[in-house]
Design a protein around this ligand. Structure first.
Ligand code: ADP
Length: 266
């Protein structure tokens, strides 16, 4: 049917709050006997009609390393988005909570999980646009999945959407995104390099004491994030490759996945 993405209000049971984000509150819930995360979309935060169109595209994306969108409840007010529930919350908090206790195997596994989800998005010609540890979630069995793909396009807050503005994720953005908003899978690859840096720094904020303007300035002179103390040489090489100035000099996710998988076999 044309309303396959529509979730009936009566099938959805809402529970307690588990977080809040750009679009509003996130609640725990139950839908068809499974635990779900329900994002309540604050009216003034999202371009509704555009999103409903896009939800149809997003619902065709299926991968075990992506947080699944089950559907949209437009009968709810505010409109809500229903996602697979991820018991262990966002990756950045998860890393910080386990500081000093993460093995090499676990850290590499996290990078591998994200590269798998991203290789699938790349092969589906879908650009994430806001890849970072805060936009990945961790399941009960400690698997990492990519979340919030493509969602920044529906944010109505001006502070978030232009690289000149305070909430724009400059520290995760490729130079061509900062300069001319040129998003691509290769700009996602740059962000993935920063995500690997976050993993091997156990959830530290990149360029901690620098303003966005200072970060842009140092990127322009070719300076990059420093090698994390815990990262093996082979993984650091991959990070640096993700941060090549020219998008075409960066690896694809398919290649990154292949490289990370061969490292985890060792
Ligand atoms: P937004 O994208 O609107 O900014 P987030 O995706 O960051 O919101 O969600 C805010 C918080 O809600 C997350 O940090 C996490 O703790 C919780 N959350 C979001 N999605 C899920 C989910 N699928 N399962 C469990 N918790 C979630």
């Amino acid at each position: 049917s044309k309303d396959q993405w529509e979730i009936a209000r009566e099938e959805l049971t809402l529970g307690q709050e588990v977080g809040s984000g750009q679009f509003g509150l996130v609640l725990e819930g139950v839908w068809r006997e499974q635990k779900v995360a329900v994002k309540m979309v604050r009216e003034d935060c999202m371009s509704d009609e555009e999103f409903k169109e896009e939800a149809k595209v997003m619902m065709k994306l299926f991968h075990c390393k992506l947080v699944q969108l089950y559907g949209v409840c437009t009968q709810c007010s505010p409109m809500c988005l229903v996602f697979e529930f991820m018991e262990n919350g966002c990756l950045s908090d998860y890393l910080r909570e386990r500081k000093g206790r993460l093995s090499q195997e676990v850290m590499l596994g996290m990078c591998l999980d994200v590269s798998e989800g991203m290789a699938y998005l790349e092969s589906s010609n879908f650009i994430h646009r806001d890849l970072a540890a805060r936009n990945c979630l961790v399941s009960t069995n400690n698997e990492v999945k990519v979340s919030d793909f493509g969602m920044t396009r529906f944010v109505l807050d001006d502070q978030y959407t232009s690289s000149q503005c305070s909430k724009f994720p400059v520290k995760w953005s490729a130079p061509e995104v900062i300069r001319y908003s040129k998003f691509s899978s290769k700009s996602d690859v740059w962000s993935f390099g920063v995500l690997m840096w976050e993993v091997y720094n156990e959830g530290r904020i990149p360029y901690e004491n620098q303003s966005n303007a200072q970060v842009v300035e140092s990127l322009n002179t070719g300076v990059r994030l420093l090698k994390p103390r815990l990262v093996p040489h082979s993984v650091h090489m991959l990070m640096e490759w993700c941060w090549k100035e020219k998008p075409e000099d960066r690896p694809s996710f398919a290649l990154l996945l292949h490289e990370l998988a061969s490292l985890s076999d060792l």
